[in-house]
Design a protein around this ligand. Structure first.
Ligand SMILES: *Cc1c(COP(=O)(O)O)cnc(C)c1O
Length: 464
């Protein structure tokens, strides 16, 4: 793995492996058939047909022995379980929010938050909305507006905090739209859809200062809060010596609440939560929770899941873990860049993003260059990645049927937590090298079938 800049030693995986899961090694011939069967949508492929699964880092990581031990401690009482108490204490200790509401995953927290806070015609600013966040805002007939800094839209910019929101764009939006129509502002840490890029503490403060002028609450989409905090430690002057846990606490101190997908920095396979400092909102949110998720002390999870999150939240802020985590992404990113891949620079925390628009200039955005590259990774090496471009974010005008492409055409190679060894990553680099030499022969796609919301999960494609 990349070497440590201080000691020049290899950053090793800070764990050993106690339980293994075999991989089935497919041939290219087999994969051609598998891809056709899946209508060229990688979400429709069975996991046993994938060799290295970099589709997502969401819920795909390995739990620690301490987490498995916590699973056995799980208290499955319907109300007031010990598991809930341990979960609530762990979240409050780390983040400091007053009300902690468990949900089965992040999007359930989003749905409840926006149902309670948004009305039709509202506008929700964010640095960049994640796909489920955008869909949940739009489901309330509100507008999800992305106000990331311009550097965040330029894959080659080396700005250290490309996830920052532009405070001037925010203030203009507030003046333009009117305070009454902005029920809350969100910041996604790290900015997943913008390349896994961090938000600086300085930017959190600047955004907060604008919002305070107008009395608008700030919420974090906190899925990768620990990775964000470690980037602050590495890159923001004044934080070099501050423990990550304290950085997290300071960050959260500027917010009124958060939504959290525990499938990311919760280090578990399922779970999430919603936090708020407002007792009034918390009550409304719990009322909705009971309707669809469950009683407020389990929120759609088992007691054992809550215990696993409680332990995961203590492990994710350990700095040896975070150092290894970021080194893995950097190692993959540096090697892909060396081959010649245009990647979003610098690599983010949980993934490496390839700029498919630049790599495949012969494929126009509405023939989905990202889709083409991600299916090619599968065919060449059984590697599953995900398109984050016009398949995911293209917008079809309901009246005219005209499609507008997304801002960027990216392919994400996401790294599940504590799951792959360095030789797995080296294999990915080898496949990428072979694919690079064939890039001019890749073809675009057309969509033959699609649903109205979140089409990338189930759309069908045919090669052009
Ligand atoms: C994963 C994710 C979500 C949604 O969480 P789920 O647990 O998948 O429902 C929201 N925001 C961000 C930034 C995410 O990465």
């Amino acid at each position: 793995m990349s070497s440590d800049h201080k000691t020049f030693r290899t950053v090793i995986e800070p764990f050993t492996i106690k339980s293994v899961e075999p991989l089935r090694l497919t041939t290219k011939e087999e994969r051609i058939g598998i891809l056709e069967e899946a209508k060229h949508n990688l979400f429709k492929i069975k996991s046993q047909d994938v060799i290295i699964d970099l589709l997502t880092d969401s819920g795909t990581g390995a739990m620690s022995s301490e987490q498995w031990a916590a699973i056995m401690r799980g208290d499955e009482s319907y109300a007031g379980s010990l598991s809930f108490q341990r979960f609530e204490a762990a979240v409050q200790d780390l983040m400091g929010f007053k009300n902690v509401i468990p949900t089965h995953q992040g999007r359930a927290a989003e749905r409840i938050l926006f149902s309670v806070m948004c009305k039709p015609g509202d506008v929700v600013p964010n640095n960049t909305h994640f796909d489920t966040t955008r869909a949940n805002v739009e489901f309330q007939h509100a507008e999800a507006r992305d106000l990331v800094i311009n550097e965040g839209l330029d894959p080659q910019s080396r700005h250290p905090f490309k996830g920052n929101m532009d405070p001037e764009k925010l203030e203009e939006t507030i003046k333009d739209v009117g305070v009454d129509r902005i029920p809350l502002c969100m910041l996604t840490i790290t900015n997943n859809s913008g390349g896994g890029q961090p938000v600086s503490m300085g930017n959190v403060k600047a955004v907060k200062a604008v919002l305070d002028k107008y009395g608008i609450p700030l919420y974090f989409d906190a899925a990768r809060f620990a990775e964000n905090a470690y980037f602050i430690k590495l890159r923001e002057p004044g934080y070099e010596e501050i423990p990550v846990k304290e950085i997290v606490r300071e960050m959260m101190g500027y917010a009124d609440g958060c939504t959290m997908s525990a499938k990311k920095d919760g280090m578990v396979n399922i779970g999430g939560f919603l936090c708020t400092n407002s007792d009034v909102l918390a009550q409304q949110e719990k009322d909705l929770l009971i309707l669809t998720e469950g009683f407020p002390t389990y929120g759609g999870l088992a007691g054992r899941d809550l215990d696993a999150i409680a332990v995961g939240l203590t492990e994710v802020v350990q700095e040896d873990y975070l150092k290894y985590r970021l080194a893995e992404a950097r190692y993959l990113g540096e090697h892909l860049a060396e081959i010649g891949y245009p990647i979003v620079q610098p690599p983010g925390g949980h993934a490496v993003y390839i700029d498919a628009k630049e790599l495949l200039p012969h494929i126009p955005p509405l023939q989905y260059p990202g889709q083409s590259l991600s299916t090619a990774f599968f065919l060449e090496g059984g590697i599953r990645t995900v398109e984050i471009g016009s398949v995911m974010f293209g917008k079809i005008d309901e009246k005219t049927g005209v499609e507008t492409p997304g801002h960027m055409e990216l392919v994400r190679l996401a790294l599940p937590r504590r799951t792959h060894t360095q030789s797995h990553i080296d294999y990915v680099v080898e496949v990428a090298r072979e694919l690079y030499d064939k890039r001019a022969s890749l073809r675009g796609y057309k969509i033959t079938k699609q649903p109205k919301f979140l089409r990338h999960f189930s759309a069908e494609f045919s090669p052009i």
